[in-house]
Design a protein around this ligand. Structure first.
Ligand code: ARG
Length: 476
């Protein structure tokens, strides 16, 4: 069988141009959703009176057999198969005879590929969401297990204030919660049916698009056929969501990498997630975390690539749009590895609470010292200056802040009393920050409850009530 569009052409395509044009090597991943879309289309054609019920049955039976061949790896590609749509239709016609040639009535590959891609994306989002949930659960488990452990908090990567390790773990939980909410919204916008848009102008057959949408699990259909075939917003949004996930995991990775270094020694990675050096026998490298940091860059690159591809396109379908597939497929593959790897790293690492505690420096309680003066009636701005002087004095005397004699402190301010020593207690400092969202054990316990609640209640399929479906006709 020749090309789908062979009629008006004389002579063949230059072999290199053929290879350049063909997308089967990468869009074969749409094969299953392509068949799903075609089965629904065959039923819609029958409903519209374009084919008979018997023809519908023959086509659906043929497509089901094609699906079996796809799933069992028995589907044979031919050099003449230009893309997944061509290949599936070619095989269908081989199996059913001429009736297979009726399937493409009123349909274009333009609305077909947009539909396939939307179906694929919705499924990909569900898979990614499940992995995000896994990482979140791992972080919650860590927060529970490591409750009570203190470590220095860093701002500007300088020691700032003591915090609970559990609080720090959970600081990486909430970004992923936002990622999941974002994905749920993208899923809603992706699940809008383009089929029925034809090549650009719609289809002349009385196709019931509401029925079609329902068949394919879409909640709505596109309200404009020109936009319907050219809209790739969901792909771009998905790539953004993926890049953001990459950024979140990259920031976690960067900190964990630092914590594994000898100078910190806050954590030990499991051997299962580390690698060695070919030269230096002592090395244990955090490669999995470094790759996560590196792949975040690649994820951002894919987003940039697709947005740049989209930005200058003239109206409706252009072949440029074929370039949307590889980045979306590869991004999904990246995330489906990256997320379980990070979950594995986090759940198997060993924390070294003693090293974390040893790294706590009394100077990190300077704010608490200023707050002590505030309680004695000193305005905070003044207290800040006075404690700054105390810190300077301790540095000059090369003594830790908590060892500075009270007489020294009193020479700076008469408000410093003998009770000043009570300030130098890391646990008390942490416990004081019990505002909701703070690092105090009491607040973190509540936060943990909120995190568990999110895990229980967040449902990707119901983030936007159906009545609020952003646009499109009612497909429900
Ligand atoms: N392989 C194409 C793509 O991915 C399918 C649509 C082709 N449409 C066309 N008019 N040539 O975009």
């Amino acid at each position: 069988m020749g090309k789908l569009w062979g009629g008006r052409f004389e002579g063949g395509l230059d072999p290199i141009a053929w290879e350049y044009n063909a997308s089967l090597s990468f869009d074969w991943r749409l094969a299953e959703v392509d068949v799903r879309g075609s089965i629904a289309w065959a039923k819609a054609l029958m409903k519209a009176g374009v084919i008979t019920l018997d023809e519908q049955h023959q086509i659906v039976k043929g497509l089901t057999d094609v699906l079996t061949e796809i799933r069992t790896g028995k589907f044979e590609h031919l050099p003449s198969d230009e893309d997944v749509h061509t290949a599936v239709e070619r095989r269908l016609t081989e199996l059913t005879g001429p009736v297979g040639g009726k399937l493409h009535t009123g349909r274009s590959r333009n609305d077909q590929v947009a539909t396939d891609f939307a179906l694929w994306l919705v499924d990909a989002i569900d898979r990614v969401d499940a992995f995000l949930k896994l990482v979140q659960k791992t972080l919650v488990a860590r927060a529970e297990e490591d409750m009570g452990v203190l470590l220095p908090g860093y701002t500007h990567f300088q020691q700032s204030q003591p915090i609970l390790l559990s609080h720090w773990w959970l600081s990486h939980f909430w970004p992923l919660a936002r990622d999941r909410q974002r994905l749920a919204q993208i899923r809603e916008r992706a699940a809008v049916l383009p089929l029925g848009s034809g090549a650009i102008a719609g289809t002349p057959f009385p196709i019931d698009r509401k029925f079609l949408a329902n068949q394919l699990g879409f909640k709505a259909y596109t309200p404009n056929s020109i936009d319907g075939v050219s809209n790739r917003d969901s792909a771009a949004e998905y790539l953004f969501a993926a890049a953001m996930i990459g950024i979140h995991l990259s920031r976690l990775s960067e900190m964990l990498i630092l914590y594994t270094s000898a100078e910190f020694g806050f954590i030990d990675l499991s051997d299962a997630y580390s690698t060695g050096s070919s030269l230096m026998p002592q090395k244990k490298n955090p490669d999995t975390l470094e790759l996560t940091r590196g792949k975040a860059g690649t994820l951002i690159g894919r987003l940039t690539g697709v947005m740049t591809m989209l930005k200058g396109l003239p109206s409706a379908y252009d072949k440029d749009l074929q370039e949307d597939k590889v980045p979306v497929f590869e991004t999904t593959d990246t995330l489906c590895l990256m997320l379980p790897v990070v979950a594995g790293v986090v759940s198997t690492l060993k924390i070294r609470a003693d090293r974390m505690e040893k790294a706590l420096n009394p100077a990190m309680l300077s704010t608490d010292l200023a707050d002590y003066l505030v309680k004695k009636g000193v305005p905070f701005r003044e207290a800040h200056t006075l404690v700054g002087k105390a810190v300077r004095r301790a540095l000059d005397l090369e003594t830790p802040l908590n060892r500075l004699p009270v007489s020294e402190l009193q020479s700076i301010s008469a408000f410093f009393g003998d009770d000043v020593n009570t300030v130098f207690d890391f646990e008390a400092s942490v416990a004081r920050r019990d505002v909701p969202g703070g690092t105090a054990p009491a607040a973190v316990t509540i936060q943990l409850q909120q995190a568990r609640e999110f895990l229980k209640s967040h449902k990707i399929r119901s983030s936007v009530p159906h009545s609020e479906t952003p646009h499109g006709g009612d497909g429900s």
